[in-house]
Design a protein around this ligand. Structure first.
Ligand SMILES: [Zn+2]
Length: 347
């Protein structure tokens, strides 16, 4: 930083957590690192040695708050502040850390809240696939804000997560078309869970074939046309797959189309929902249900106190789904078994 850049000093990540306020000039020659903490609109600045820079604001804090701020300051300076990964009774009383688990997420538009929540649950390893760039239109239903515009979605979500978590994450990212990717199969093979949050039926079938072949548990999540509700399906190897679901509930027309297609990615379906209307708050409901189902799979065979939720197929009505569920905030749930004539998982 040059000497004349003294008007604004930004610590990546911290601007997002407080109430915005007017920044005070800092001389970087005297203070190499500054943390700018805003509390109830009144700020205090603390240097990396834990020294309160603006004594005037000290009166806004009690001794415990000052001590906490100084600890934050020191931890930031040491690059050792990892809020999602440190021991935390509020989470750890329910479930053990999931630091060793790797979760692959395909689709980081509508599905972006899922790795954000999983990271808060202690998952430290992710693999992201999405070939799109974050555009202005995405922001009304995406965790990333305007500073991530025009980044590939895989980069945007990676950077966002690393900032929120204090960098302690291992993320592999591929801005690639899954139908031609040379990395997809190998990355899914080393994952403990696959999340499919894409917006086309062809991509769901394609990823289902791979996850069945490789024996990787998979969660499919999608919003219905118009954002009135959505569907979550949790597929566990040996217990049925996304194609079994299609067989059981009468989606055979697309199965026939998909089987005949030579270019699977070109198969279109009435269930494709690219760029459809829908609010982030409603999409968030579906993502949070999907995340909760993901935890049920990741915690299997672990000692934990988090009760499992729901059946393996959940249709959730947010504001009433035409011809399916007229009531709002309710669901249809079934445990979908393996289908005897499933083309994908039938042996
Ligand atoms: Zn099947």
């Amino acid at each position: 930083m040059s000497q004349n850049q003294t008007n604004e000093y930004r610590i990546p990540g911290l601007e997002d957590v407080g109430i915005p306020g007017k920044r005070k000039p800092i001389n970087p020659q005297k203070i190499s690192e500054v943390i700018d903490v805003y509390t109830a609109g009144k700020g205090a600045m603390i240097d990396t040695n834990g020294t309160l820079v603006t004594q005037k604001d000290a009166r806004n804090f009690n001794p415990d708050q000052l001590s906490q701020l100084q600890n934050i300051s020191t931890s930031m300076a040491n690059n050792s502040l990892h809020p999602y990964h440190s021991a935390n009774q509020r989470r750890d009383a329910l479930m053990p850390p999931l630091a060793e688990m790797r979760v692959t997420v395909v689709g980081l538009g509508g599905g972006a809240p899922i790795p954000v929540e999983l990271a808060k649950c202690g998952v430290e390893k992710f693999t992201f696939f999405d070939m799109d760039v974050l555009s202005l239109e995405n922001l009304i239903r995406h965790p990333c804000g305007i500073e991530y515009i025009h980044l590939p979605k895989v980069d945007a979500v990676s950077q966002y997560l690393k900032r929120q978590s204090g960098q302690k994450l291992s993320i592999a990212q591929y801005a690639e078309d899954i139908f031609t990717s040379m990395h997809l199969r190998a990355e899914i093979a080393k994952s403990d869970l696959l999340i499919v949050a894409t917006d086309t039926e062809a991509s769901r079938f394609f990823l289902n074939e791979i996850s069945v072949e490789l024996g990787v548990p998979t969660i499919f999540v999608g919003m219905f046309e118009g954002g009135t509700g959505g569907e979550i399906f949790a597929a566990v190897p040996g217990e049925g797959c996304y194609c079994c679901l299609a067989e059981h509930i009468g989606r055979k027309h697309f199965i026939n189309t998909y089987v005949k297609a030579t270019r699977k990615g070109d198969c279109s379906s009435t269930r494709d929902t690219s760029a459809m209307p829908g609010l982030g708050v409603d999409q968030g409901i579906l993502c949070h249900i999907a995340t909760r189902k993901a935890l049920d799979i990741l915690l299997k065979n672990k000692n934990h106190k988090l009760p499992p939720v729901g059946k393996n197929w959940i249709v959730f009505s947010i504001c009433g789904i035409t011809n399916v569920l007229s009531d709002s905030l309710t669901s249809i749930q079934m445990d979908i078994p393996k289908h005897a004539s499933c083309m994908t998982c039938h042996e």
